[in-house]
Design a protein around this ligand. Structure first.
Ligand code: MN
Length: 346
């Protein structure tokens, strides 16, 4: 019997021991672990030459030093641990009696039966410059009309003149497409007016709610260059009817992003040129210092609406010059001090 690997990166609600610590199992007995406290884990101890494992429900974060051993037959007696990313785990089969040293631990055969009805989708993620580790993306927030000249070109005088603040909307995390090198982006369905919006992206490495402005930078993992692609015709029709923007903004591959540059490398850019060239011609240009809400303001404000979490991306708004894209267009977006994003519309 082999250990079925859990899906990496599936939203982890914690695991707590439904059977209670210290409950020794009999062969064939099933233990159910249910969702509980966040960031729990399971600790497993292997015995040599067997497929047995002792499983302990652990309320704390468990080191994942044997993550690479998933699915392998147990060969050593060394203790190892792994974090479980799932909502529910069933462990079947338990030898008895429990060795005293394992008192308090669950013991079971090496099969985890997941409660998913189908394999969970891959975790959306972005590469990180200078690292082999990828950044797992949780949610995508976007700021609307954060540059006065763009608010003006959209006919939003109240926002352009500061009488109305910017606002937020969202895209689903799996609308994300990106990375280093040229990113291929599919021209979406049901539009004849796909618009580019070049934006700086903030990638959060920590969460919080009601975050103070002067504490906001401490949540930031890094920065990236992004395109908030927009079906402008669908968005305009929704606006006219007072309908939601989702189908104008949150379609597949609508969130384009470069690799992420960690703040440890670039600091916290608050001024510098942001621009987009299409087929070698500059279409959008502005300066980060022209944002109506700067990045700490955005984080502080957004954190009053929702609890922010590590993995959240925030598209911080676009300068003026938005316009239509065609299939075959080649895009170069740059944010000074952050990096560049190259894309082709196909
Ligand atoms: Mn935008």
């Amino acid at each position: 019997m082999s250990l079925k690997p859990t899906q990496p990166g599936v939203q982890a609600d914690a695991i707590s021991a439904g059977g209670g610590d210290g409950e020794a199992g009999q062969t064939g007995q099933r233990f159910m672990f249910a969702a509980g406290e966040r960031d729990a884990g399971l600790q497993a101890f292997a015995q040599p030459g067997s497929h047995l494992q002792v499983i302990k429900a652990d309320g704390g974060r468990v080191a994942s030093d044997a993550e690479q051993k998933r699915g392998e037959e147990v060969a050593e007696s060394s203790a190892w641990a792994r974090k479980i990313h799932c909502r529910k785990v069933t462990i079947t089969g338990c030898p008895a009696p429990l060795p005293p040293v394992f008192f308090g631990y669950f013991i079971g055969l090496t099969e985890f039966i997941m409660s998913f009805t189908f394999p969970p989708h891959a975790q959306p993620s972005l590469p990180v410059a200078g690292s082999a580790a990828r950044f797992p993306v949780r949610r995508i927030f976007c700021v609307g009309r954060n540059y006065a000249d763009h608010a003006r070109e959209m006919g939003a005088a109240d926002q352009a003149e500061g009488r109305e603040p910017p606002f937020f909307f969202m895209k689903p995390a799996d609308a994300l497409v990106g990375g280093a090198g040229e990113v291929s982006v599919r021209y979406p369905s049901l539009t004849a007016n796909l618009h580019h919006e070049v934006e700086m992206i903030v990638a959060l490495g920590a969460g919080g709610e009601n975050v103070a402005v002067d504490a906001a930078n401490s949540l930031i993992f890094g920065y990236a260059v992004g395109l908030d692609l927009t079906r402008r015709d669908i968005q305009a029709a929704a606006k006219a009817k007072g309908h939601p923007w989702d189908m104008g903004k949150g379609f597949d591959q609508s969130a384009v992003a470069s690799e992420i540059l960690p703040a440890t490398a670039c600091g916290h850019p608050r001024q510098g040129r942001i621009h987009l060239d299409v087929n070698g011609e500059t279409r959008q240009a502005g300066d980060l210092s022209d944002m109506m809400w700067n990045v700490p303001d955005i984080i502080a404000n957004l954190s009053t609406f929702v609890r922010l979490e590590a993995g959240d991306l925030i598209y911080t708004g676009t300068p003026a010059g938005v316009g239509p894209l065609q299939r075959g267009d080649r895009l170069l977006a740059e944010v000074a001090g952050v990096g560049r994003l190259q894309a082709v519309i196909v």
